[in-house]
Design a protein around this ligand. Structure first.
Ligand SMILES: [Zn+2]
Ligand SMILES: [Zn+2]
Length: 843
């Protein structure tokens, strides 16, 4: 029963008080200069899109990062813990259309609202380095980087087939197409259009992006695997078949033969090639169909089938069709003539848009050859004679047969090497590495993004905007219609410009950049956010980078996390930084779900952080987000659980305020060597300190950290009567309560600050040194050893912590239940896991 005079735990009173105090002390969470003499620690959570409302996923993400930042401050690090806003993007334009609010106004007011939520949550950010990507002081550097990359031929423009979302009225990157639909409009099929687009040449770094993954042991393996698959390296051979000109319908271009380049990962099987197959868009196909209307109709149908399959998002599932062209190709190795087909499953933009078909050793080719009754020639046999020779035989562990004498009998790998040498000598091919990764299309026909700093001049062509004319600023007022084309193209004041080179009337580029550009380097800007002469100061960035711990959702495993790795490598090659990778460690937290599914408005299962803070306080909300599940797993939000954490904090409150008067009398007095209850409680305390310290060093089982603090509090509470009777001295009480508050501080900074003051401790708890565990005190003097009989637990016996094997065995055999269960039987074997377990085998 609560004492009438007791002051109840009231987060609604405590939290605003500390929020005001912290806001009045901007130095509290400020990063210090590089020469401060402390080791640095850069902890970063992915920046949010300013939708106007934090969601529980944010709360979880930021609670993890904030606990870590606070712990590192207490460990004496110079911590950089910044926050910013990924503020460009489509929703601002949708809101503008709907509410007639200009995107900038809408975005900035959302930022203000979310910042208030973050402050209510007590998140310790250094707001002096806030970055807002939609402001010209930030996006001018996107333009500056674009120009530097243009100079280095890492930016180019080409006509290409693009993914077009009719709902967004813009181009989408391949990564933004999910199951054939727009990533934002999950039911809107993506269309294919031909447009001239700007690209970043990310493929120039494909190999380095792949190799770098091996040097990131601090990244989750699943993220590295996703990136490896996305980069999709395959080794193979480019080989030129020659067009058999006789009757080919293709005009002979001098003495040079027409080549059909194919890419194959299995050149060792080339003597088994029984056809060459072309994508319907292949340039030779256009020549073949020029005088063949029947073939032309078939080809057009195939193009249509591909388009539909692409729109349905499943090119792999396309039903395979083909048509013979009546032409033949010549195998460069042996002069064999094979028919040329057009096939609907060959993609123009994969490899060379042409393949050699080897039905005996490829599933897909086998299926096709069977359907069209094409010859099937076996040229590989299993190396292991006990393996079935049934075709198709696709394994690489084989021996070449039925081919050129030069390679017959060789292993597949040796044959491949030999054939590559022959191709190089004969100038008809070479070893080739291909990547699935495509260049990054960054053009967007949108208003709310970074304008691309290029001017189109009729006489000079593409003219980069000179650096001194940056930033190219978005016009303030603009009518947003979302009706085709870039909104900027309808603003003459923006578009019409004098050519910087010849002075003639010219036009600005009206595409804006993909917003993933903004998030590719924002974390460098945090280190020097106010710099107006450069994106950041290289020396400052060098001090802070790489990021020590980056925390965000696994949904960014490929988009943001590949682009930002690419950007880092480009900046390194521009001489701005020296690190190869942006982040040393990456942590991907699980999702927050409710009633088994992702929180969403349409499901009506959204829990608002404000509501939780209002009912239970920010400390309880944050602590629950850490306690309810291991941080890497999904968390099913249960309001009961938040209430439970709030009750726990109430117990901490009562216990601490009750014994604070005693603790305060301790001064700096030292406790005598503890015995009895004091020893028992201090042991629990030092075990808890050891566990939580270890978790912060990398395990991050914050759920079990919170549980350990709860156990400690339970132990203190269960000794309440003895404590009230004065069984522990003032110095011991001070150590117990002081350390409890220190342990709570990273998780629940408000209540920790208040109780710290209550204990009469000096300064802020947020900068008090993290407690250290005394291993002597933490040591158990007794160990509980489970005893099993034939694998079943029957009893737990207690032994001295330093008991040897003999003593443990004796204690196990002497157990009361063990005695009764073994009476009249024989113990045939004793299996002992030292310090852990005894298993008796009894007959
Ligand atoms: Zn869309
Ligand atoms: Zn010009």
């Amino acid at each position: 029963m609560a004492d009438e005079n007791e002051v109840r735990y009231d987060p609604a009173a405590i939290e605003p008080k500390w929020q005001l105090r912290w806001a009045a002390d901007p130095k509290l969470y400020a990063a210090e200069p590089a020469d401060c003499g402390k080791p640095k620690y850069y902890v970063l959570e992915m920046l949010p899109y300013p939708s106007g409302q934090l969601h529980m996923g944010h709360v979880r993400n930021y609670s993890i990062g904030d606990a870590l930042a606070r712990h590192q401050w207490m460990r004496g690090y110079n911590v950089l813990h910044p926050m910013g806003w990924d503020a460009f993007g489509l929703p601002a334009e949708n809101a503008a259309l709907k509410n007639n609010t200009p995107p900038r106004e809408w975005t900035l007011s959302n930022i203000a609202a979310m910042k208030i939520q973050m402050e209510r949550l007590g998140l310790g950010y250094d707001w002096a380095c806030e970055v807002t990507t939609c402001l010209p002081e930030y996006y001018r550097w996107n333009q500056w980087f674009f120009l530097r990359m243009y100079e280095k031929n890492l930016v180019y423009r080409k006509k290409s087939k693009v993914n077009w979302c009719p709902e967004c009225a813009t181009v989408l990157a391949n990564e933004q197409v999910v199951d054939g639909c727009c990533w934002r409009h999950e039911t809107t099929p993506v269309e294919q259009r031909d447009l001239v687009q700007w690209f970043y040449r990310i493929t120039a770094y494909a190999q380095e992006l792949l190799d770098g993954l091996d040097k990131l042991p601090g990244w989750p393996e699943k993220v590295r695997t996703m990136q490896r698959n996305w980069i999709g390296r395959s080794e193979g051979t480019d080989v030129d078949f020659f067009l058999d000109e006789q009757g080919s319908g293709v005009r002979d271009q001098g003495s040079e033969k027409t080549r059909i380049r194919v890419f194959t990962t299995r050149v060792d099987t080339i003597f088994g090639a029984t056809s060459v197959q072309l994508a319907p868009q292949h340039e030779l196909v256009a020549k073949f169909t020029a005088d063949d209307p029947a073939l032309k109709a078939q080809v057009e149908e195939m193009i249509d089938q591909q388009k539909k399959a692409r729109e349905a998002g499943d090119l792999g599932a396309i039903e395979k069709h083909g048509a013979p062209t009546g032409r033949f190709a010549i195998n460069p190795y042996n002069g064999a003539r094979v028919p040329i087909w057009v096939a609907n499953y060959i993609l123009a933009d994969y490899g060379t848009g042409a393949i050699m078909s080897v039905p005996a050793h490829d599933e897909r080719d086998f299926e096709f050859a069977t359907k069209y009754n094409l010859p099937i020639v076996q040229v590989i046999k299993p190396a292991d004679p006990s393996v079935s020779q049934e075709l198709p035989f696709c394994a690489y562990e084989g021996l070449v047969v039925n081919s050129d004498p030069l390679i017959n009998g060789l292993s597949c790998a040796d044959a491949e090497k030999k054939l590559q040498e022959i191709a190089v000598a004969g100038a008809f091919g070479e070893a080739k590495v291909t990547f699935r990764l495509k260049d990054w299309g960054v053009s967007r026909q949108r208003f709310w993004g970074t304008p691309i700093p290029i001017i189109h001049c009729e006489s000079c062509g593409l003219v980069p905007v000179p650096d001194e004319q940056l930033p190219v600023v978005l016009p303030a007022q603009i009518e947003i219609t979302q009706q085709g084309g870039s909104p900027l193209s309808r603003v003459p004041e923006f578009v019409d410009v004098a050519c910087p080179e010849c002075g003639a009337a010219a036009k600005r580029e009206t595409d804006t950049m993909d917003t993933f550009v903004d998030s590719s380097w924002y974390f460098y800007r945090y280190t020097d956010a106010k710099n107006s002469n450069a994106p950041f100061d290289p020396a400052t960035a060098q001090y802070w980078f790489p990021i020590d711990q980056y925390i965000g959702g696994v949904e960014h495993a490929i988009l943001h996390l590949i682009y930002s790795r690419f950007w880092t490598k480009v900046m390194r090659d521009l001489g701005l930084i020296t690190n190869d990778e942006p982040a040393r460690r990456l942590f991907t937290q699980g999702m927050v779900i409710k009633d088994g599914s992702k929180m969403s408005k349409s499901k009506g299962n959204v829990v608002s952080p404000d509501e939780m803070i209002g009912k239970y306080g920010a400390d309880a909300t944050r602590m629950y987000a850490l306690f309810a599940a291991p941080p890497d797993r999904d968390l099913d939000w249960q309001e009961d659980g938040v209430a439970g954490v709030s009750r726990f904090l109430g117990r901490v409150w009562r216990l601490t305020t009750k014994y604070a008067p005693l603790a305060r009398t301790a001064g700096d007095g030292k406790a005598d060597a503890p015995t009895g209850l004091s020893l028992k409680l201090l042991r629990k305390l030092h075990q808890t300190i050891a566990k939580i310290t270890l978790d912060f060093e990398g395990r991050w089982h914050f759920n079990t950290c919170v549980a350990a603090i709860m156990e400690l509090v339970n132990e203190l509470q269960s000794a309440d009567a003895q404590l009230a009777a004065g069984e522990v001295s003032a110095p011991v009480m001070r150590e117990l309560l002081r350390s409890l508050v220190l342990l709570l501080a990273p998780f629940a900074p408000f209540i920790a600050s208040e109780l710290w003051e209550e204990l009469g401790e000096e300064g802020s708890v947020l900068r008090a040194p993290w407690p250290t565990s005394d291993p002597e005190l933490a040591k158990e003097d007794e160990l509980a050893i489970p005893v099993q009989i034939n694998g079943k637990l029957v009893e737990v016996v207690t032994v001295a912590a330093d008991a040897n094997a003999q003593a443990i065995e004796a204690a196990a055999l002497a157990g009361e239940k063990v005695q009764s269960r073994t009476a009249g039987k024989t113990v045939v074997k004793v299996i002992l896991v030292p310090g852990k377990l005894v298993n008796l085998v009894v007959k």
